[in-house]
Design a protein around this ligand. Structure first.
Ligand code: WTA
Length: 736
């Protein structure tokens, strides 16, 4: 891997700090024109859309360098790390991460590949995750804030929870889960909560007992929660009465009632619903508590006041949690993460890539209900005795200055968020950060590709030209970061995630398992050649799907016990530049990344089919200025039914069965779906129409005329063909 050296003087090279951003954007476009190929060549490429063209539209940006002050204090400033974590030291290099933890019994085997590709890390080791995140910090840090909770209402002052208090509250909750809820090591518990301190307290209480938690994002509907509860076999659901969203106290408990019904329909009885209250003693929901089933946690906890629960010493490979995520088939799958490997990996990457020190004030503005929140709000930071901020609300409540006021008030110095939030804040308040006196040393972006212009606003305006940025690429399945610059060692390049993080060896393959070489300018499927401690262990209850979906594509020998034969297929398209940096282009499968959240198109289509009028449905991604991608729905009706009200029924069904995050931008009721002669719906053609691309040759379809009809419906009489369409949209539905 080529490593780009820092200039000897460590001069901070910025993108013309004196220039306004619109001029900067203009300049980029000009440079883009410069790298474009001559006219004839361009025409040639238009007729044959090949992989090489994909890279042409992406301009190589200049490097930005970390500032010397950051380098001077960084946890990782020794360039030897590349050697230390090089392939010849694999897998023992990961001892360095394992040694960040406190083990009850030290492990004997760093990596066990005997059940490939079900990797086992730190085998023979025993530990407790809650002990590692809480108890072991008491000696030195008991009086330090573990969490600072910032409620959405600005008039409510932030609340700090020290490690000592966290220890108390985790123990009491663990006692309740064991003695009141009757839960035993290995049981699954579904938790449907927003970002409030009671969520990590519950997670850590589960970890203390060796229970497997399955946190469902609070914005998901009751039905979506129930489906996940059933899949994981949870008989206990933990929820909250309400929480603040856009200034309103929402009724969240009503979702629990729906979840219980749905889970039961799927064959899983939920016999206890434990309800935290946003305001102790007052109940925010209109739904009555169900006698014998529902219990207020704050009431029951009184019986466990001051109780201590010994942390259960768990094998390193014991499952810690499930995190459901969308894949290529209809149902979300439960990604199972382990204990020792996972915690070691998130601790190591929090230390080296997030550069967290115990004295930092760290704020990751994600939701704990997603993997980012698990790894980089709760487990990674706490393993390092950090102070981690929990923010309940939306980034721009009550206005786009809110995050910067929080940063100023709490003196946050590490900030972590998504491109969607950055785009939103930039649009709503481009000059807001300048009004506040805060200084970040480090900022993270995660979850989607970030456009260079947005990256530059983040760098110049939010980071005030001082903060180093890491663009971290990874997935729910991965536990922690896969590609990112090492913040004090590698220069940043807007729009590129960067080189792999220590101990990760990626490769880009084409469809024929041939390597696409760095610097070739071609895109392909990014894979990781080796296992790493944060990789998920399996799909809950579906070993076969785990192998099929992630390993089968490039596996060299299904019987092999050698990790080299099992490249991990990530499902993202990427380009590997000559300098070794990876640029992630987006999903190559049926997954849409909406505001950084994964939604399966098949999942949405099956919801549409539950509306009785619908005969067929197809969902395609379209570009959105703030959210990156949003879904658009195409449906055709059963014969003889009326079109009236169908759009609303579909939107309602999606909100009820999945949640508001999946709400389609538009629902198009079409006379028929474009289909191949064998009857397959051509999603590629629908995506081309929604995204104003050329639909290509449709003459071989069974019903070519319908394409023009739909195009006029969607685009009007004068269809526009746009050129600069993002790569994932161009590729969407290609496999058909
Ligand atoms: C996308 C989120 C570009 C990618 C941690 C991946 C990114 C999916 C980046 C996983 C990034 C994540 N640049 N794309 N820095 N980070 N992605 O499971 O398509 O919610 O496959 O995990 O988000 O989303 P997930």
């Amino acid at each position: 891997m080529a490593v780009v050296p820092l200039p000897p003087s460590f001069i901070i090279i910025t993108a013309h700090p004196e220039s306004p951003f619109d001029r900067e954007d203009e300049r980029n476009q000009n440079t883009m024109a410069d790298v474009r190929v001559p006219k004839e060549k361009e025409r040639e490429q238009e007729t044959e859309v090949n992989e090489a063209q994909i890279a042409v539209h992406w301009k190589e940006e200049q490097y930005y360098y970390p500032n010397p002050k950051f380098i001077g204090q960084a946890n990782l400033s020794d360039p030897d790390v590349n050697e230390r974590f090089g392939e010849k030291n694999f897998p023992e290099c990961f001892r360095e991460y394992g040694d960040l933890l406190t083990w009850d019994h030290y492990w004997h085997t760093t990596l066990d590949t005997s059940d490939a590709p079900f990797w086992k890390w730190f085998v023979g080791g025993k530990l407790n995750v809650s002990y590692n995140c809480v108890d072991r910090h008491l000696a030195k840090y008991k009086n330090k804030a573990a969490f600072i909770f910032v409620g959405e209402l600005e008039e409510d002052p932030p609340v700090a929870i020290t490690y000592q208090e966290l220890y108390h509250r985790v123990n009491e909750m663990a006692a309740l889960l064991r003695d009141f809820a009757g839960l035993k090591t290995g049981d699954r518990v579904t938790i449907h909560m927003p970002v409030v301190p009671e969520l990590p307290i519950t997670m850590l209480a589960c970890a203390r007992l060796g229970l497997i938690h399955s946190v469902v994002f609070g914005g998901f509907s009751g039905e979506a929660c129930g489906m996940r509860a059933a899949d994981s076999g949870s008989r206990v659901l933990i929820t909250i009465d309400g929480y603040y969203r856009n200034g309103t106290l929402t009724d969240h408990k009503e979702k629990a009632d729906l979840a219980v019904v749905l889970a039961e329909k799927e064959g899983q009885k939920v016999d206890k619903v434990l309800v935290w209250r946003r305001h102790r003693g007052s109940y925010a929901s209109a739904k009555p508590m169900v006698e014998g089933r529902d219990h207020f946690v704050d009431d029951v906890l009184k019986n466990y006041a001051g109780q201590k629960v010994a942390p259960v010493s768990m094998p390193s490979e014991a499952p810690l949690f499930l995190m459901y995520t969308s894949g290529t088939t209809g149902r979300p799958k439960g990604c199972q993460h382990g204990s020792g490997g996972y915690l070691a990996y998130v601790a190591g990457t929090s230390k080296y890539i997030q550069d967290i020190h115990p004295e930092d004030v760290y704020w990751c503005m994600a939701d704990i209900g997603w993997i980012t929140g698990h790894s980089y709000i709760v487990y990674g930071p706490l393993a390092l005795a950090a102070t981690s901020i929990l923010y309940e609300g939306v980034p721009n409540y009550p206005d786009a200055g809110r995050p910067w006021r929080v940063a100023q008030q709490l003196d946050v110095n590490i900030f972590h968020t998504s491109p969607t939030a950055i785009r939103l804040l930039r649009k709503a308040g481009p000059d807001e950060p300048k009004k506040y006196d805060y200084h970040f040393k480090h900022m993270t972006t995660v979850g989607e590709p970030i456009e260079p212009a947005v990256w530059k606003w983040y760098y110049e305006v939010v980071g005030k030209g001082e903060a180093v940025i890491v663009d971290t690429w990874w997935q729910t399945e991965n536990g922690g970061f896969l590609c990112s610059t090492k913040p004090a060692l590698d220069p940043m390049k807007p729009g590129s995630a960067g080189p792999p993080v220590p101990g990760i060896y990626p490769i880009i393959f084409d469809e024929h398992a041939q390597e696409v070489k760095a610097g070739s300018g071609k895109a392909g499927n990014i894979c990781i050649r080796n296992p790493w401690p944060g990789i998920f262990q399996t799909i809950w209850g579906d070993r076969e799907r785990f192998v099929r979906q992630y390993y089968q594509k490039y596996n060299k020998d299904p019987k092999s016990k050698d990790w080299r034969d099992w490249p991990y297929f990530a499902g993202d398209g990427a380009v590997h530049a000559a300098d070794g940096y990876f640029r992630i282009l987006g999903r190559v499968d049926d997954v849409i990344n909406v505001a950084g959240h994964r939604l399966g198109t098949k999942e949405l289509e099956s919801v549409c089919l539950t509306v009785s009028e619908i005969a067929e449905a197809a969902v395609v991604p379209v570009a959105d200025e703030v959210k990156g991608r949003v879904p658009e729905v195409y449906v055709s009706l059963k014969p003889g039914v009326s079109k009236a009200g169908v759009e609303k029924k579909i939107t309602d069904a999606i909100e009820t069965q999945i949640g508001k995050i999946a709400r389609p931008k538009k629902v198009h009721v079409v006379p028929d779906m474009p289909k191949t002669r064998s009857g397959k719906i051509m999603r590629r053609v629908l995506s081309a129409i929604s995204n104003h691309m050329d639909t290509g040759d449709v003459t071989t379809l069974a019903n070519p005329d319908v394409v023009e009809q739909i195009r006029v419906m969607v685009q009007g009489d004068k269809p526009v063909v746009k050129k600069d369409v993002p790569e994932d949209l161009k590729r969407f539905g290609e496999e058909q």
